[in-house]
Design a protein around this ligand. Structure first.
Ligand code: GCB
Length: 672
């Protein structure tokens, strides 16, 4: 006790420059580590927001970089930045001022806005002043399209709540915090990731920080339609499934109309404010890739009315084939990251996606894999309009903490928020549960539970996940086939041939009866998926992994790999279609060492050999090579080549096409 008192006096002296009532009112220990206040989670996600009345808060916001979290109420010595203290007589000590702080455009990634922030991973404060006229009849919701990664919201100095999840949309009912006239909104965004977050710290993409999606103040009546779902549930019967949820647990009328189809239905919710009903429609024109027909759908309840343009189609898998509206379909795809063409940062706007999709269209693609996290809602809306099929994914990437219930809850929240936002988008045919997750029992349980969440919300789409490459045993047989091939060619040195001979002699009894190298995708998760997605890097990574084990030149192995690629077999014991969700090779545009690694010629060669291989694999019904455009990655430092870009793009960061672009475009036009 005495010691504590002495300490306390010490702190009083040492920090006497702080406002005395803060010091005197607290125990010193408490002074340095406050108990964090309660941050409420967001409310239930608002659906159909584009048809609602809103005030747009996009545009210039002031920001303060706060690496020490000095402005956070629970960590601050002076109450924190949300108080937005302003000097009045010039004798107040205030060490922050949003109004004189720099500004940046929101939505936008801070890494792209300020050179100093390119690699920054930490907290930044955003501040916006806005005028508001409150009304007693309405509610106002703050809707944030995306904010990476942890977001804490304060309005007029009060805590509104917080959300964890970098790319999904969320909203808070802020009616009680708003005042008539000027309002001060402060948002703390921290893009720090951990071993328990989704994703973890290590990702082969830029963990852009900032408010990455639209910021809207949405107005609704006090009783409103929280969200509504309308999808084709039976192609043969032309049956639609309608679900709607009111914000209040009350019995009320809900009207659904599709004027173009002469449909005017009236339903009654149960006492939880929920309605689920099927009904049939004659003369329905289906949505497909050549005619992406959309109908305007209007839903009304009480004083509330929302509307959306919705297409109706069926995506299905029978055996090893994929069908769209009963017609067999091959996915001619391309993978993407959410980065705009010829602009640093995160792609968030309709304009950004329009430009990106133009490239997909000129590749003759009918499918886009939006890897590895949700993009803003504008992408799926555009795909609906353009007739491009879409894969959406959550950032369950590589090895996340499968056993932490909080990690699982976080992934589940991202998946639910994504599905609830986009469940009426005809273009979305696949919900992906994640990417390259290594096998373990815990991972199986985690992924199966995610799948159950997805289908409980929407059972009209296919479920997939991009699986990891074959197991060690399978790759041992790859060594055998490379060695066998090595014995046939003059470019192989005599000493390399000797190594190959001893390998083939030793392994002959194991693989001697097989004609080709073949991969069997046996990840048990495949049993739970509708489409088996598989990432493979023949022609790029695998040879470099084998060099040390075999002891021959990498150049020899690469040449041999190209020789055997066209005959490689990719299959799975599960009777389902395979989608090659990634393959690719890095190339720097105009790289001078033609034909060498990093050259366009080398990348093109990988594409030629991959396409020759894949078209001979009948279980492969879709491909989405990696990747449309060079993208930022902190894992790619090689100077003058990568410069912190992953160079596997078919176009460079400015949108200039590499050789392989045309190879893929021609393949889609003529052979697939
Ligand atoms: C992968 C990952 C992807 C990487 C890619 C690469 O397997 O799924 O996120 O960017 O490989 O370029 O290595």
């Amino acid at each position: 006790m005495i010691l504590k008192k002495i300490n306390y006096v010490f702190y009083l002296l040492a920090f006497s420059f702080f406002h005395t009532d803060i010091i005197l009112s607290q125990d010193a220990e408490e002074f340095f580590s406050r108990t964090p206040p309660e941050y409420n989670p967001p409310g239930e996600l608002l659906g159909w927001i584009d048809s609602r009345e809103y005030q747009n808060l996009n545009g210039k916001w002031h920001y303060i970089i706060d690496p020490m979290n000095n402005g956070l109420p629970e960590e601050s010595f002076f109450g924190g930045f949300p108080q937005n203290k302003l000097p009045s007589e010039g004798l107040e000590l205030i060490e922050y001022d949003f109004e004189s702080a720099k500004t940046m455009e929101i939505p936008g990634a801070w890494n792209a806005h300020e050179k100093n922030l390119l690699f920054y991973r930490g907290p930044v404060w955003f501040y916006k002043n806005f005028n508001h006229k409150s009304s007693n009849n309405n509610l106002t919701h703050l809707y944030i399209g995306a904010s990476n990664f942890t977001t804490k919201v304060f309005l007029n100095g009060k805590i509104v709540g917080s959300y964890e999840g970098g790319y999904t949309s969320f909203n808070f009912d802020i009616s009680e915090y708003l005042v008539d006239g000027n309002n001060v909104l402060t948002i703390h965004v921290d893009n720090t990731l951990s071993k328990d977050s989704v994703p973890t710290k290590k990702t082969d993409w830029w963990p852009y920080g900032g408010i990455l999606g639209d910021v809207l103040l949405i107005s609704t009546p006090k009783q409103f339609i929280q969200n509504a779902y309308l999808q084709l549930s039976d192609l043969g019967k032309r049956e639609l499934l309608f679900k709607a949820q009111l914000n209040l647990p009350i019995i009320a009328n809900v009207n659904l109309s599709i004027p173009e189809l002469n449909i005017y239905e009236e339903f009654l919710t149960n006492d939880s404010g929920f309605i689920e009903q099927k009904f049939n429609v004659d003369d329905l024109k289906l949505w497909d890739t050549t005619n992406p027909k959309l109908y305007t759908v209007i839903v009304k309840s009480g004083d509330d009315q929302i509307s959306d343009d919705i297409g109706f189609r069926e995506i299905d898998v029978i055996g090893k084939k994929i069908f769209l509206n009963g017609n067999e379909l091959k996915l001619r795809g391309i993978s993407m990251h959410s980065e705009p063409i010829d602009e640093e940062g995160f792609a968030f706007s309709r304009k950004h996606f329009k430009e990106l999709l133009k490239y997909a269209e000129s590749l003759n693609a009918n499918f886009v894999r939006a890897a590895h996290y949700p993009y803003t809602r504008h992408l799926s809306k555009l795909c609906d309009e353009l007739g491009i099929l879409l894969w959406e994914e959550i950032p369950v990437y590589w090895n996340i903490n499968w056993t932490n219930p909080k990690t699982q809850a976080s992934a589940e929240s991202m998946l639910s928020q994504l599905i609830k936002r986009d469940w009426n988008r005809a273009s979305i045919v696949i919900w992906s549960l994640g990417n390259e997750t290594p096998y373990s029992t815990q991972r199986m349980n985690f992924m199966i539970s995610q799948k159950e969440t997805a289908i409980s919300l929407d059972s009209t789409r296919l479920i997939s996940a991009a699986l990891l490459s074959g197991n060690a045993e399978q790759f041992r047989s790859l060594v055998y086939f490379l060695a066998l091939e090595g014995l046939k060619h003059d470019f192989v040195l005599p000493e390399e041939k000797a190594i190959f001979r001893s390998i083939t002699d030793q392994m002959k009894y194991l693989y001697g009866d097989q004609e080709h190298f073949s991969i069997n995708i046996d990840d048990p998760l495949a049993e739970h998926l509708d489409i088996i997605a598989y990432n493979e890097y023949f022609g790029w990574y695998y040879t470099s992994f084998l060099v040390d084990q075999i002891g021959v030149r990498e150049s020899t192995l690469r040449k041999l790999m190209f020789k055997i690629m066209p005959s490689i077999k990719i299959k799975s014991q599960f009777n389902k279609p395979i989608h090659i969700s990634e393959f690719g090779a890095g190339a720097k545009l105009n790289y001078p060492n033609k034909g060498k690694i990093w050259s366009e010629e080398y990348q093109n060669k990988v594409y030629e050999h991959q396409l020759a291989m894949l078209k001979n694999n009948p279980q492969v019904q879709g491909i989405s090579p990696w990747i449309l455009k060079d993208f930022r990655s902190m894992m790619r430092p090689l100077a003058n080549v990568q410069d912190y870009y992953n160079r596997k793009g078919l176009v460079d960061e400015r949108g200039r096409k590499k050789q392989a672009f045309n190879t893929l475009a021609n393949f889609y036009a003529e052979q697939w």
